[in-house]
Design a protein around this ligand. Structure first.
Ligand SMILES: Cc1cc2nc3c(=O)[nH]c(=O)nc-3n(C[C@H](O)[C@H](O)[C@H](O)COP(=O)(O)OP(=O)(O)OC[C@H]3O[C@@H](n4cnc5c(N)ncnc54)[C@H](O)[C@@H]3O)c2cc1C
Length: 344
């Protein structure tokens, strides 16, 4: 598998990362995990931190646990192996918040080639895209045109595009792109993502059920203010289960809704399993989704139990924000990062 060449690190470059990680560890010890999560989410967006951390070889060593490799060939190889283990895949060409049209077109060109490669190699994989990578923050019409080209191509080769959901200022524009594809362009091979941390999500899901949409339900990965999102995790979890019920309701199933439950949380997964068993919902009426590099044991266990499991496999060189959000979700991963650094 092709992995990006790790950046080289001189001895003199040891001090800055050591200091940085030392300060983070000390602050974590003093202030606790939820504080660290906020700091990491801030760092995931900070250009200066991206420049610094991307140049440490140790960063790639840890990030590569969550990223298939730097190019399509690496992603194809991982997909083949995981398909052989009974896992379905959704591939993500890493990148977000492009700053000019050219970058958005480059991402679109890469994803078009990706759809061809999946088709030619007969892989069981669909594709997830980030609207901001395709121009949403520059001009929603630019993102619409790019995503429309991708969904049209996917339709030609019998594939499916999932539009990932990003931070809350993009929610309306993202759902608007989705609706235009469904109703203006009559494309049905496209789905969206709803985040249980947002207060608005129940209303969005009710609307999407009316549309018979393919919805991925996740908890949400961005730093959001209390004006728009539940600040406390137990509320986010309770809403996740509430929304899962709506997506599995007889009304939703009658409309043809096909939900994807994206979580590594055993409590959510066990609860959904219990609910579908009690309500005699067939295991092919929905799927579980998890991220590459996280709980592979649980992914394979669910496959053995007869559930559909799709793994989100990112590839590319723009791994920094994706990687730091993964650290924020599980601050214990910081220790993995620090211990790798100390061993280097
Ligand atoms: C396939 C997929 C697609 C996603 N797409 C989006 C998207 O489009 N937009 C968006 O905002 N977010 C997305 N996310 C991220 C999601 O919103 C959460 O931030 C992320 O999944 C963490 O929440 P959780 O439910 O997995 O677990 P958490 O609520 O973070 O943790 C609950 C429990 O899950 C287990 N767990 C969680 N993480 C790990 C880990 N790294 N290793 C081991 N155990 C762990 C632990 O037991 C933990 O106690 C996606 C996630 C997945 C899996």
């Amino acid at each position: 598998m092709d992995k990006p060449t790790p950046p080289s690190r001189s001895r003199s470059a040891f001090l800055i990362p050591a200091l940085f990680l030392g300060v983070i560890s000390w602050l974590l010890y003093r202030n606790g995990e939820s504080w660290l999560r906020q700091v990491l989410l801030y760092l995931s967006n900070a250009g200066w931190a991206r420049e610094m951390v991307s140049n440490w070889s140790i960063s790639w060593r840890v990030a590569s646990r969550f990223v298939a490799g730097s190019d399509r060939d690496a992603a194809m190889a991982v997909t083949r192996d995981m398909n052989d283990a009974g896992l379905l895949i959704t591939l993500d060409f890493l990148g977000e918040s492009c700053t000019n049209e050219g970058e958005a077109y480059q991402a679109r060109a890469e994803i078009l080639r990706l759809l061809d490669d999946i088709d030619q190699r007969g892989l069981n994989a669909n594709v997830s895209v980030k609207p901001s990578q395709l121009g949403l923050k520059i001009d929603p019409n630019l993102a619409f045109e790019n995503i429309c080209a991708l969904v049209s191509k996917a339709s030609e080769v019998g594939n499916f595009i999932r539009i990932d959901m990003e931070d809350h200022p993009t929610t309306d524009a993202t759902l608007d792109v989705y609706r235009r594809l469904r109703y203006q362009e009559n494309l049905s091979n496209v789905g969206v993502v709803i985040q249980s941390y947002l207060y608005r999500s129940e209303a969005d899901i009710e609307q999407l059920i009316e549309d018979g949409a393919r919805v991925r339900l996740c908890k949400g990965a961005y730093a959001e203010p209390a004006e728009v999102a539940f600040p406390h995790k137990p509320d986010v979890d309770a809403n996740y289960l509430n929304l899962s019920r709506l997506l599995l309701s007889p009304a939703a199933r009658a409309k043809g809704v096909y939900p994807a439950f994206a979580t590594h949380d055993p409590k959510m997964i066990d609860d959904i399993k219990r609910y579908i068993q009690v309500n005699h919902i067939p295991s092919d009426a929905f799927e579980f989704q998890m991220l590459y590099g996280i709980r592979r044991d649980l992914q394979e266990e669910l496959v053995k139990e007869g559930y559909r499991v799709r793994v989100y496999v990112p590839y590319g060189t723009a791994w920094y924000p994706y990687f730091v959000r993964r650290l924020a979700e599980r601050p214990a991963n910081m220790w993995f990062f620090i211990s790798n650094f100390l061993r280097a």
